[in-house]
Ligand binder design. Sequence first.
Ligand code: IMP
Ligand code: MG
Length: 369
Amino acid sequence: MMKLHDLEFKPFIKAEEIEKTVARLVGEIAEDLKDEVPVFVGILNGSFMFVSDFVKAYPKPCEVTFIKLASYEGVKSTDDIQRLIGLTQDLTGRTVVVLEDIIDSGKTLAEVHRIFKNERVKALKIATLFYKPEAYKKDFKLHYVGIEIPTKFIVGYGLDYNGLGRDLPEVYQLKTTQHMTNLVLFGPPGAGKGTQAEFLKEKYNLVHISTGDVFRYNIKNETALGMLAKSFMDKGQLVPDHVTIDMLNAEVEKNTDANGFIFDGFPRTNAQAEALDKLMEEKDSQIDGMIALEVDDEVLVKRLLERGKTSGRTDDADENIIRNRITEYYKKTAILKEFYSAQDKFYGVDGVGSIEEITQRLSKVIDAL
Ligand code: IMP
Ligand code: MG
């Protein structure tokens, strides 16, 4: 995640992919132009980085020059006209390749064609590193296209948002969804996680995703993912993370109008926590906090033994089994506590007290996220 001025951006195209694309464009153009000495014309400011990397990789002699898009006030001061300026070289008889950083609506490209109309160039070719096909409104031919991207605002590798971001070696995309609050809820058996999740879900309009419930639902309804999960369980194997993540993804997709999610029972490993971060990022969102309800072991044992008496749950009847489950919980969650602490997202909340007291403590944490 990255903030420029008032907007948030997320990683979109890595430096290596840009490098590969530039190399491909260089290859295509060099092959087409054979032994001609082309004039590469960059459109400033955005294309400076692309042009620089492009000509460094160009295997044969070439010339490089730049023109710049400048705003003029039109006849009426309200219409802002963009003009290309700075073409001073005589290009008669030359093969010109315009290197654009990005083609969006094609307005700039129309201006390129306008200024070259009276130049007696031998050929005018257009190359663009990024191209937004759905936004493109003109029908000038694009001879060389690097990467097609959706109609979303990007920054980096020469492209800016209000002056910032041009220096970044990779490309970021504007985050567009509204802010969600996504929590990972933890707590040892008997900490009151289920009860608190019910309250939080109401209070913040969150969707409670309990992995156990999601599994049972998918298996009971024999969904494709449910059957897949079951095939592993029947063999006594753990369900692979990608299957679990696909199920969670389906739950998230079903609830696109939610203010956020409470993940319960997931993640359990570092790999799962990373997978969850990735899933959230794909939704232009993030995990905001991992909240762990903290309750002293002796209190838990007492609570669970009480619950065992009334609920008849056999795993709540034996003190040794209870203590083992608690020990297991701490063993397993220690890594996750580290994972989220490293991101400054771990919040321990005292889970001893009345239900309302604990809800209040949780709310204080959530309100401050
Ligand atoms: P067009 O004239 O609409 O094709 O847009 C081309 C110009 O708009 C580029 O030279 C950029 O200056 C700017 N532009 C279009 N899309 C983006 C973007 O996603 N990020 C940054 N600048 C953009
Ligand atoms: Mg440009």
